[in-house]
Design a protein around this ligand. Structure first.
Ligand code: GDP
Length: 438
């Protein structure tokens, strides 16, 4: 998500990062570059312009550089850019209201935007939170769309009510009420009809159903890959069926991200969720501060912690970094793999997304190879790798189906990791400059 823009902004900010003072020209050049980066990421033109104007304005008022303990010029710019990104994304995290009693959520959007998929994902998310859910497949014209929701409902394990072809809204309302009387639900999510384009017939149909069902939220599902067009669609829907929040899908694809970044400013509606994969689990709440942090390579430590909690990781060992042995490496690797694909996790670590080359991927098989090699070692070898001499290396290689050179590489990597951990600990004890907003 937002990788290309992130890399660009991080490069721009790295140039000013360590500087105590910046000349007016340097500031201007930096602002120009930031504006270009935003535009290249397909951020709406006037949103990009306002963004840079706001940062520049605040810079003028800041006491930059010099006084010890204060942020230097570079850090000040980074902090301002970070705060402005958060601001642009909508400041506080917005989520749909879920009240005691009746909740009806309307899912609207163009065909192919990911409406049905997102409906299934929401059911999964809220079912996990202990909510009782009823899905309604309300596309009165496309039986295939209804069947698709039925499949998702079965997958998630929630009931689904399918409308009939051409069913009148009042009938749908009565059927929902009857079903709820029989089997109460905390949340009814209605997957409405989609069309390839915004047209009057669709809007009339939605408005009629909306009148009847009186939804408590109307979520518009838009495809981030369509760029600024997604925001035109949003404005169209909003005019006719007043949208309360957006779900921006396919942010995992090669969408440049500008639509998501400018959605709040352009439509005035918050992004509730981001779709990040085709899987039923691929829907994330949209946290402006975390996303700004990710874009600027400050990582998403909260995101990492949540995944760790979800995977029920045990806490860190009480060992000193110098004692970090191969057994520790193995158990940490295994724990981390339970948290999700490593390539994704790595980017949540502060500083990592910048340190990695663009398009970086993790070879998950390589991780398995390391696992196999460590598993082929004796406990003594794992605790004290120094005892692993040439013949034992050969045995480990054979035992795990690898070459001796692979074992050598692993041992060298472990040595480097140990050194790095010592270094990091030294830095934390000393004066490592902290990142703004962290
Ligand atoms: P609808 O016509 O709006 O109901 O769209 P669908 O839910 O049928 O989705 C259209 C296509 O987009 C399907 O192939 C989905 O798997 C895919 N899709 C939906 N959301 C996402 C997402 O967040 N990421 C990715 N990669 N694909 C998605």
């Amino acid at each position: 998500m937002f990788d290309t823009l992130g890399h660009k902004l991080q490069d721009i900010l790295a140039k000013v990062g360590g500087q105590d003072k910046l000349s007016e020209d340097q500031v201007k050049a930096t602002m120009r570059e930031i504006r270009m980066a935003l535009l290249e990421a397909d951020v709406n033109f006037s949103v990009a312009k306002d963004f840079v104007a706001s940062v520049s304005e605040q810079l003028v008022g800041q006491k930059v550089g010099g006084v010890s303990g204060e942020l230097d010029a570079g850090q000040t710019i980074i902090k301002l850019v970070h705060d402005e990104l958060v601001n642009m994304l909508g400041a506080d995290k917005a989520e749909p209201t879920l009240q005691a009693g009746r909740n009806v959520w309307f899912m609207v959007g163009l065909q192919g935007a990911g409406k049905t998929t997102s409906t299934g994902k929401l059911a999964h998310l809220y079912k996990k939170q202990g909510k009782k859910i009823l899905l309604v497949a309300a596309d009165t014209q496309r039986p295939a769309a209804r069947d698709q929701l039925e499949i998702l409902a079965r997958q998630v394990g929630v009931p689904v009510l399918k409308v009939e072809d051409g069913e009148a809204p009042a009938t749908t309302k009565a059927r929902i009420d009857a079903q709820l009387a029989d089997k109460p639900a905390d949340l009814v999510i209605v997957d409405t009809a989609g069309r390839l384009q915004v047209d009057a017939a669709l809007m009339n149909e939605l408005a009629a159903l909306k009148n009847e069902l009186e939804p408590t939220e109307t979520m518009l599902v838009v495809d981030a890959m369509t760029g600024q067009e997604a925001l035109n669609v949003a404005q169209n829907f909003d005019e006719r069926v007043r949208v309360t929040g957006l779900i921006m899908t396919k942010l995992d694809g090669d969408a440049r991200g500008g639509a998501a970044l400018s959605a709040r400013s352009v439509t005035g509606r918050p992004i509730y969720f981001a779709g990040v994969s085709e899987k039923i689990t691929g829907l994330e709440p949209f946290y402006p501060d975390r996303i700004a942090g990710r874009i600027l390579g400050m990582g998403d430590v909260m995101g990492l912690i949540e995944r760790a909690e979800a995977a029920q990781l045990s806490g860190p060992t009480d060992k000193q970094p110098g004692e970090f042995d191969l057994d520790d490496l193995l158990s940490q690797l295994r724990q981390i793999r339970r948290m999700g694909p490593i390539g994704e996790l790595i980017k949540l670590i502060p500083g990592m997304s910048r340190a990695l080359p663009e398009g970086f991927t993790v070879d998950e098989q390589q991780v398995q190879r390391i696992d196999a090699m460590i598993s082929a070692m004796t406990l003594e070898e794992r605790r004290n790798p120094r005892v692993i001499n040439a013949s034992r290396r050969e045995r480990i290689a054979k035992g795990s189906g690898h070459d001796v050179s692979d074992v050598n590489k692993l041992l060298k990597m472990h040595e480097q990791m140990k050194m790095m951990m010592k270094m990091l600990q030294g830095m934390q004890g000393g004066n490592m400059p902290s990142m703004p907003g962290m």
